[in-house]
Design a protein around this ligand. Sequence first.
Ligand SMILES: [Fe+2]
Length: 244
Amino acid sequence: MIDIHCHILNGVDDGSMSEAESLVMAESASDGGTRAIVATSHYFNEYQCEKLLSKKEIKEKFRDLKRYFERVKAPVNLYLGSEQYGVNNIYSLIENDELITINDSKYLLIEFSLDDEIERAKYVISQFEDTGIIPVIAHPERYEFVQDDITNVFWFLRKNCLLQVNKGSIIGRFGAEAEHTAMRILRERVAHAVASDAHGPYQRTANLSEAFERVCFELGDSYADYLFYDTPDRIVHNKYIERY
Ligand SMILES: [Fe+2]
């Protein structure tokens, strides 16, 4: 499995606090069957919409962690990405090459505030049209505008976005509403990937096995493989992704 959403990069955001924590996260991921992780730190602050660190600083931190992982023979491979906050002026970031896409591919993980307005999300996503960048919507099941009206996910699909569901939602860690909405999205077979969105070694962990087993059990092995193996692999290697 490849985990395309994980706050494993230490000292950038509210994820891992140290190299040692990152290593524990990697070990827990590996125990659950993950062989590669995309480090997707929050890059822009949700409220001030300002950068937490520059792109250059994040790249340096990533290089350091990758070196450490090589030295200690960590059981997973690392790729760089980010969890881009959906700022209103996202087009200027695209133009200025400020985005950090997943492993330098055309795929960008993007999030909104959980209580955002759908109209604002649409305004942000519309700016990607004709840019060649494909937004991967992080945890759609956690947004109020999706919980209140599931048809909003179809708008994202019409705009060529991909949908990434959180493993924590599938196993009920974000409450009944997120779990219910996640399972509705999955039953429609419109999600493209499941990822950990892990923030540390002990809570919201990087181990995907429980969610994988639930998806296998309820939706079948073939769709589980698509969500946990096939699409994440294609994203990381910048390949075209077909709907399931
Ligand atoms: Fe995240």
